[in-house]
Design a protein around this ligand. Structure first.
Ligand code: NAG
Ligand code: NAG
Ligand code: NAG
Ligand code: NAG
Ligand code: NAG
Length: 950
């Protein structure tokens, strides 16, 4: 036998699509825009990845095989390709440089490479990504200048380049960023003047330019920014400049921080800033008196220390209810120490007030100091301390350094140890005592908070963050918080699930809230920065190299696949004549090494994971049994419910064949197709993992035992969905696939009763053009199929065509119409219905349980079904014609008349015929979730001639 004719056992699983009613066009397998694929490769090449975090960026398609950190739009855009939406590479220990090819990710919205060690300059090509919303480059070693091109990004909301080594000026072009709300450019080496053109920015709320080398006068025009809330310019050198008096008219400002800026002149009148919460003008050379006009009642922090201020301390620092700190240390203030600053403050809980008047020229005390214990007064270095004993102020005259406390959550619980198989911990705040759960850790930092002492805001913060994340209050624990230079408030947060573990989509939801800056801004807490995630047991959810269960890719994936070979060889060996060189190439590649195989889009599970998902394959999780082995309901570590098909011991295929099949399956992607989620191929074990189909098989719902029968429009929708799926296999799969075993038990129903064809164990390659360019009209093969559904012509001639599937689907249509079995008590459904129809008794065979229906629709549907079941192959319609005719019939239904599309009619139909909660029980014992093969003897007994594998 030549290589060409060598028999091969091959199985295919296929998925069925139910595309939306209005679009007949069927999409091809989705792939990423090739120019973006090559851009990603260039990006990887210019990065240095010592920990091999991007190891899965070598093979497969970036979007469909979930390259680490690459998040795509969840469907193709109008050009037919998938596109990169986000690049999320937070804290992956990357160094090297950013490739200019970044600019080719033209649909990207989020570029996040925060907290790595990337050096080199920011590629100007980023300015070409017009869709960019978040540019997050902070926490690297980037140097060079800011490219002017970034100023032309029309959709940019946030630019974070802080904590790098970027030098040169802030480009004037940044004044065009009229959608941008956040400029976070602190802690770099930016120089030159702040362009006064920035005052045109209509939406800027946070301007953080602190810790740079900026110079020149402060532009008075900044006061024109209508939405500016935080102006933070500390540690620059505006030498000789004064604080423009216009800043007193930025009436919406919440925070003004100009510490250590070499500023001269006087302190402007800021009394018109109605909600000013934080004022820091310390470490300058400000002179003159402190204005006596009253500051906002919202003020928490006033730091005017280390200046040259003189005159007395104004009386109106008294009575500010939110004041936490007033620091006037190191000035030349004279007069008396105020004795009633705290008069309007309610001291509860940890509420404290710090008054730092050290190193001034204060000479007396207006009235005896008698503050509450929560008030700290510091008078060291004032003449008044010379008479400390006499004035009874000794305790205030010690030299002190003001230290604002941080904290740790100190909840000590006396509970038995949590299980150790995952990163369980007690949630100290859980309403249940000693409740173990797996927390998600978040390193988090408030970049520019509006207070000095966090403790009084602790509860508000928990409320703010949990409501922003849509979690319950008890789900957040602030494990600790500490003040860092800035001042910034660093915290380690733990987010607890409301039961013991978050599922994958919850983890993704939470992390994307953080990484997408979707938590609304808060006035008092200011902008946050994200330092890291501590994933613990959730590692696999966020690390696609270990899991393909990710973002949009997860959605809509249904599974169907099978472990068969064994089975099948026991039954019939399917012979594939390998005419196709492409197919051969696949086989050869796959045969190189089993370990090298990485199949795109499907996850490889270990035996341990499968065992864990099924309580060690316990009988209680078994939901079906087929010729190939058992079907289990499994719950993966991330909470996803799946159906697991486990090949019988001793009936495994070769690893190579198994992989070839999975590879073929994984290529069949369609929005509504049953897709393979994963597989397990370990010594002595082969398993396939599919999505769990909660509504079981179509056959279950047609059975007389079904308590809540399907109504007519649901049946029509199921027919149309099935036909579309099969049409996809015939016309869009590459190579085309004939299903060969269409039957009511192979049509599964999802939670919305959308039909999905499953179990493609008998599918096989359709004919493909030969080298001579002719297309054989059929493939000669051994006969396989299920009695009652089998194309008579195929049976006689062994010639498989697309019309064989049309015949079988016609039988399913007859079942939908009559509720009958294809063969029962020796009667064949096709013959019975045809006879009734010929004798004008059509409606006597229609299933009474489908309720009322338009008779015109039923007549047309029935005659279509009978057309499909003609003996003569050529007399049957093509699958395309079947789909079209069903669409015509659908338009005649009252649902279509009411404006419902076939896909949106679901809810309406459901109301008409409530879904059955008992469908799972009803479906038992046979395989309610994923259809299984019938055993070989059932299949062939009495029907098949003697068949020998070729
Ligand atoms: C941006 O794209 C345009 C046209 O696509 C190209 O001519 C230009 O060189 C690109 N600019 C950068 C900075 O890559
Ligand atoms: C932003 O600027 C662009 C061009 O400069 C202009 O077309 C657009 O209307 C501006 N948008 C706003 C909100 O000002
Ligand atoms: C300022 O204080 C008022 C009254 O307490 C409060 O309603 C308002 O929310 C505060 N504003 C800010 C920005 O905190
Ligand atoms: C501060 O006040 C002291 C004493 O009044 C005076 O000697 C000193 O020159 C003043 N310093 C400045 C910078 O005004
Ligand atoms: C696709 O994304 C859109 C918007 O991002 C979202 O509304 C929709 O639910 C997503 N669909 C799926 C199937 O994930």
């Amino acid at each position: 036998m030549t290589e060409m004719l060598q028999p091969k056992v091959v199985l295919f699983w296929v998925f069925l699509a139910a595309p939306s009613f209005c679009h007949l066009a069927i999409t091809r397998a989705q792939i990423t825009d090739p120019s973006e694929v090559s851009a990603l490769k260039s990006i990887k090449n210019s990065l240095v990845d010592p920990q091999n975090k991007l190891k899965n960026w070598r093979s497969g398609d970036p979007c469909t095989s979930s390259w680490t950190g690459v998040i795509c739009y969840n469907s193709t855009l109008s050009d037919g390709y998938l596109h990169v939406k986000e690049l999320q590479l937070l804290g992956r220990n990357l160094s090297g440089t950013l490739a200019p090819e970044l600019g080719q990710l033209s649909y990207m919205q989020i570029l996040d490479v925060m907290w790595n060690s990337i050096n080199g300059s920011i590629p100007k090509e980023i300015g070409n990504i017009t869709s960019l919303v978040l540019l997050l480059l902070n926490g690297n070693k980037l140097s060079g200048h800011l490219p002017e091109e970034l100023g032309y990004l029309p959709n940019l909301n946030r630019i974070q380049i802080d904590q790098n080594q970027i030098s040169g000026p802030v480009p004037k072009s940044f004044a065009f960023l009229n959608t941008t709300k956040h400029f976070h450019m602190n802690n770099n080496s930016l120089s030159g003047q702040i362009p006064h053109e920035l005052s045109r920015l209509p939406n800027l709320v946070h301007l953080l330019l602190d810790n740079n080398n900026l110079s020149g006068p402060l532009p008075p025009e900044l006061s024109q920014m209508p939405n500016l809330l935080i102006l933070q310019l500390d540690n620059n050198n505006f030498s000789g400049s004064s604080i423009p008096s216009s800043y007193g008219s930025i009436t919406q400002l919440l925070k003004l921080s100009l510490r250590n800026c070499s500023l001269q002149g006087s302190v402007p009148d800021l009394s018109r800033i109605s909600q000013l919460g934080y004022l820091d003008l310390s470490w300058n050379q400000l002179t003159g008196p402190i204005p006596s006009s009253k500051l906002s009642n919202n003020i928490t922090t006033i730091d005017l220390s280390h200046n040259l201020l003189n005159g007395s301390i104004p009386a109106n620092f008294s009575g500010l209810p939110d004041l936490q700190i007033l620091s006037l240390d190191h000035n030349n203030l004279t007069g008396s120490v105020p004795s009633n600053v705290w008069q309007n403050i309610v001291f509860t809980g940890n509420r404290s007030l710090y008054l730092d008047f050290q190193n001034n020229s204060l000479t007396n005390i207006s009235s005896p100091l008698n503050p509450p214990a929560s008030v700290t007064i510091m008078l060291y270095g004032n003449p008044v301390c010379a008479n400390a004993n006499g004035l009874n102020i000794v305790q205030y005259c010690q030299a002190q350094v003001l230290q604002i406390p941080g904290g740790t959550s100190s909840s000590k619980i006396n509970c038995p140890p949590c299980p150790t198989d995952k990163t369980y911990e007690y949630n100290p705040l859980s309403p249940f005592s000693c409740f173990c759960a797996v927390p998600l850790g978040v390193g988090y930092r408030l970049k520019s908070p509006g207070f000095t002492d966090f403790r009084p805001y602790y509860d508000d913060f928990e409320e703010y963050l949990t409501s922003g994340l849509k979690l319950a209050l008890y789900q957040l624990e602030i494990a600790n918080f500490i003040w860092e230079e800035g001042p910034r408030l660093r915290m380690n947060l733990k987010l607890f699930p409301n039961n013991s573990i978050f599922n994958a989509s919850e983890v993704l939801q939470i992390t994307s809230m953080f990484t997408g800056w979707l938590i609304p801004d808060s006035d008092i807490f200011g902008p946050y920065e994200l330092i890291n995630f501590t994933l613990g047991s959730y590692e696999s959810e966020l690390n696609p190299s270990k899991s393909s269960l990710k973002t949009g890719a997860i959605v809509g994936i249904v599974l169907g696949a099978v472990a068969f070979a064994a089975t099948l060889s026991a039954i019939v060996t399917i012979i594939i004549i390998r005419r196709h060189s492409r197919y051969q190439a696949v086989s050869k590649k796959r045969s190189l090494s089993r370990l090298a195989i990485k199949i795109d889009g499907v996850k490889s599970f270990t035996f341990e994971e499968m065992a864990a998902a099924t309580s060690n394959f316990s009988d209680s999780t078994q939901v079906g049994q087929g010729g190939y082995g058992k079907v289990y309901r499994g719950v993966l570590a991330d909470g996803i419910v799946v159906a697991i098909k486990r090949a019988q011991q001793g009936s495994l295929q070769g690893s190579k064949e198994f992989c070839t099949e999975i590879e073929l399956l994984s290529r069949l992607h369609h929005r509504n197709l049953v897709a393979l989620l994963g597989y397990c191929d370990e010594e002595d074990e082969q398993m396939l993992v599919y999505e769990f189909m909660p509504n079981g098989t179509l056959r279950d719902h047609l059975s007389p035992r079904s308590k809540e029968p399907l109504n007519f429009s649901m049946r029509l929708r199921i027919a149309l969905g099935s036909a579309r799926g099969i049409l996809y296999l015939h016309t869009e799969a590459d190579p085309p696939i004939f299903h060969r075993d269409i039957k009511a038990t192979n049509i599964l129903l999802d939670s919305k009763f959308v039909a999905k064809v499953a179990d493609f164990g008998l599918s096989r390659l359709a004919p493909i053009p030969t080298a001579e360019g002719t297309t054989p009209g059929h493939v000669s093969t051994v006969v396989k199929g299920t009695p009652g559904y089998l194309d008579p012509e195929y049976f006689l001639t062994h010639k498989l065509t697309d019309k064989s599937d049309v015949y079988s689907l016609g039988v399913v249509f007859l079942e939908l119409l009559t509720g009958m079995q294809p063969i029962s008590h020796g009667k064949n459904i096709v013959r019975e219905v045809a006879m009734a129809s010929q004798s004008g008794m059509t409606f006597s065979v229609i299933d009474k349980r489908m309720g009322s229906y338009p008779s015109e629709c039923v007549e047309k549907f029935l005659s279509l079904a009978l057309m499909c079941c003609q003996d003569e192959t050529d007399a049957r319609p093509s699958m395309m014609e079947v789909v079209r005719e069903l669409e015509v019939i659908w338009r005649l239904t009252p649902e279509a008349d009411a404006g419902l599309s076939e896909s949106t009619a679901t809810e309406a139909s459901k109301t008409a015929t409530p879904t059955t909660s008992s469908s799972l029980e009803m479906a038992a014992p046979n395989h309610p979730f994923v259809s299984s093969d019938v055993s070989g003897s059932d299949l062939l007994s009495g029907v098949m001639p003697n068949i020998t594998p070729r």
